[in-house]
Design a protein around this ligand. Structure first.
Ligand code: BGC
Length: 370
């Protein structure tokens, strides 16, 4: 059985991988043996950041990365640092001493990420920054989405909803992702520009450390009190933060009245979009991201730098080192009510997971789902 791993926006190369026996397992297990000659010899280590800031890391990234490595017969070890920088280091050290050939990291911040990249580099292990670029880190490659474009999609969705409310201008709240996450800076760049260009002003502009959803609720409650709820929309940087915003709006009888954004196309986010309490989410096809990262890692295991360079034909700016990191940057999609069905059609979630209640079943039917 053969499987082509394709569909990466901006890539022309098509890599055909041979589906073999399961090549690994996760969370500290020793990967299965990659014994046949066709299988690349060497294990890949993956460190995910946490499981609370977004459902994606455990439900999508772990799943799709595991599937991609297993399909290629490559051994792998995927672990989650659970938002603990010390744990992030310990996991990395363990993987390096276990002899991984490539390390994929989604950092918790630039400093701890850079330390890990340095340690790996010292022992000749290339690091791929996965989803989050480690500023100042010097990773060999970066695989992610066009994160300014993610912000642009957030902004465009929000502007559409505010205009539909008759608010062609007015004060908007910005609830940004973690100041430690370069992606949060890029997302903000995207939505700030769209909102400004469309004629909106900013009544609050705050970051939420660690993308912490509970903290987001407190921060937004304070903003709500300070502004007396006088704003026409809320740009919140992911579905977790969006959920916190909607819960506060709900307590104030404003859920569904003030447009709120999100990102990640989580089940909860999609449900709120269908119910009208969230205006937009952004779908990032994590399968493509995982497939691209796996292709790159496999090229590196094989020592085929030319193939890796051909895959990473994009560039991302490391604004600390003033360098450009060879990258695979995929395209995100803005998701309003009418597009929820596309996320389901892409296999990212299911009708059963989204259309769970009577109210949601009705909204699903009205939007061509199920
Ligand atoms: C990711 C988002 C995610 C956020 C919180 C960002 O770096 O790109 O998809 O929602 O981190 O985990």
């Amino acid at each position: 059985m053969r499987k082509s791993v394709v569909g990466v926006v901006g890539l022309t190369a098509v890599v055909v991988l041979t589906l073999g026996a399961c090549g690994g397992d996760d969370d500290g297990g020793d990967g299965g043996s990659a014994s046949t000659a066709a299988k690349p010899a060497g294990k890949v280590g993956v460190i995910l950041p946490d499981s609370a800031s977004s459902a994606r890391w455990e439900t999508a990234d772990r799943k799709y990365l595991s599937e991609a490595f297993a399909a290629a017969g490559v051994e792998f070890d995927i672990q989650n640092a659970q938002n603990d920088k010390a744990k992030f280091q310990t996991i990395a050290e363990g993987m390096l001493s276990a002899g991984v050939k490539v390390l994929l990291i989604a950092n918790l911040d630039n400093e701890s990420g850079s330390t890990v990249i340095q340690k790996a580099t010292d022992v000749g292990v290339p690091v791929i920054d996965y989803d989050r670029l480690t500023l100042g880190g010097g990773a060999k490659y970066y695989v992610s989405f066009d994160n300014v474009m993610v912000g642009t999609k957030i902004g465009e969705g929000l502007v559409g909803c505010m205009q539909a409310n008759g608010d062609e201008s007015g004060p908007v709240v910005l609830l940004n992702g973690s100041p430690d996450d370069n992606n949060a800076t890029l997302f903000r760049q995207g939505y700030e520009k769209v909102l400004k260009d469309a004629g909106y002003s900013f009544v609050a502009d705050q970051a939420v450390k660690g993308w912490d959803n509970t903290e987001a609720k407190t921060v937004f409650e304070q903003i709500f009190t300070k502004t007396k709820g006088k704003f026409v929309g809320v740009a919140s940087a992911n579905d977790g933060l969006g959920g916190s915003v909607v819960s506060v709006l709900d307590q104030n009888g404003l859920a569904g009245k003030v447009p709120v954004s999100g990102q990640d196309a989580t089940d909860e986010g999609l449900q709120r979009v269908l119910l009208g309490t969230q205006c937009v989410t952004v779908y990032k096809a994590i399968k493509k991201e995982a497939d691209a990262a796996a292709e790159l890692a496999i090229a590196l295991i094989k020592g085929d730098v030319a193939a890796a360079d051909a895959l990473a034909s994009g560039k991302a700016a490391d604004t600390t080192l003033n360098t450009e990191v060879p990258s695979v940057l995929l395209e995100p999609a803005g998701i309003g009510k009418a597009e929820v069905k596309d996320v389901i059609a892409d296999g990212y979630t299911t009708v059963d997971k989204v259309c769970t209640t009577a109210e949601l079943k009705k909204a699903c039917a009205a939007n061509g789902i199920g």
